[in-house]
Ligand binder design. Structure first.
Ligand code: MG
Ligand code: MG
Length: 244
């Protein structure tokens, strides 16, 4: 899984400089698919339950599962890019939200806080702890910033399949199983943080999830292994603390 996740990290590093005003989400998706296939990997989202593209690209009030197409990005947009791939049968899954040009103060704060939420959720991981420490850490940080956590979509185990048990909520959840984390467990942690209401709706395309109040949403995701030494971020974007 480290090998598949390293390919995915390299795809993100190659895509970041292309995210600028005037590029279409469809052009980004085409480049992402080419990078994945050139690395000998398979884009896991393409065809998943009929999803038509290799990346989910979600702009501004779109939370996740946006379908790439002719939409041109413009200065001030925030664009969430979520990519999955398979290498030698092992899945990798990661997402980040990128500002196009100069973001508003609110957008910039939302990106910073959502990234911090992911980092805090990951840092809560240790073998022997319950899974719920992740969502508790994420929700506390989002709320103190005045933002809300999407509850209807959650993170997940990952390995031979894209979505495996356990589900990994990004909030204090009292209805899902709360297993103890063990060494070797690999999970995708993916907080979706909204500037306004936590409520979301599905758009007419039956894929794109949108905030109910149409305010901004951000999404960051890493595939993370639970090790004896604590969390290991398999989709880390290179070496060093700045590569988160
Ligand atoms: Mg993902
Ligand atoms: Mg995921």
């Amino acid at each position: 899984m480290q090998a598949s996740c390293e390919v995915l990290a390299s795809v993100f590093l190659a895509i970041r400089p292309l995210v600028r005003p005037g590029v279409t989400t469809g052009e980004l998706d085409a480049e992402i698919e080419k990078l994945i296939r050139d690395a000998g990997c398979v884009p896991s989202f393409k065809g998943y339950h009929g999803f038509p593209a290799s990346a989910c690209i979600s702009v501004n009030e779109e939370v996740v599962h946006g379908i790439p197409g002719p939409r041109e990005l413009k200065d001030g947009d925030i664009v969430g890019i979520d990519i999955g791939l398979i290498k030698d049968g092992w899945h990798a899954d990661s997402a980040e939200t990128i500002a196009v040009g100069t973001p508003s103060a609110e957008a910039e704060k939302l990106l910073t806080v959502t990234r911090e939420c992911l980092e805090l959720g990951i840092n809560a991981i240790a073998p022997g702890r319950r899974l719920s420490v992740i969502g508790t850490a994420i929700e506390a940080h989002a709320r103190q910033a005045g933002f809300s956590v999407v509850e209807s979509l959650v993170g997940h185990g990952i390995g031979r399949d894209l979505h495996e048990d356990p589900q990994v909520p990004n909030f204090r959840c009292f209805t899902m199983p709360d297993p103890v984390m063990v060494e070797g467990l690999v999970i995708a942690i993916e907080p979706m943080i909204n500037a306004g209401t936590k409520r979301v709706v599905t758009a007419r395309d039956e894929w794109t999830v949108v905030t109910a109040d149409r305010r901004l949403s951000a999404h960051f995701e890493h595939t993370v292994a639970v090790t004896a030494d604590g969390p290991r971020i398999l989709t880390r974007r290179g070496a060093g603390v700045a590569a988160f």
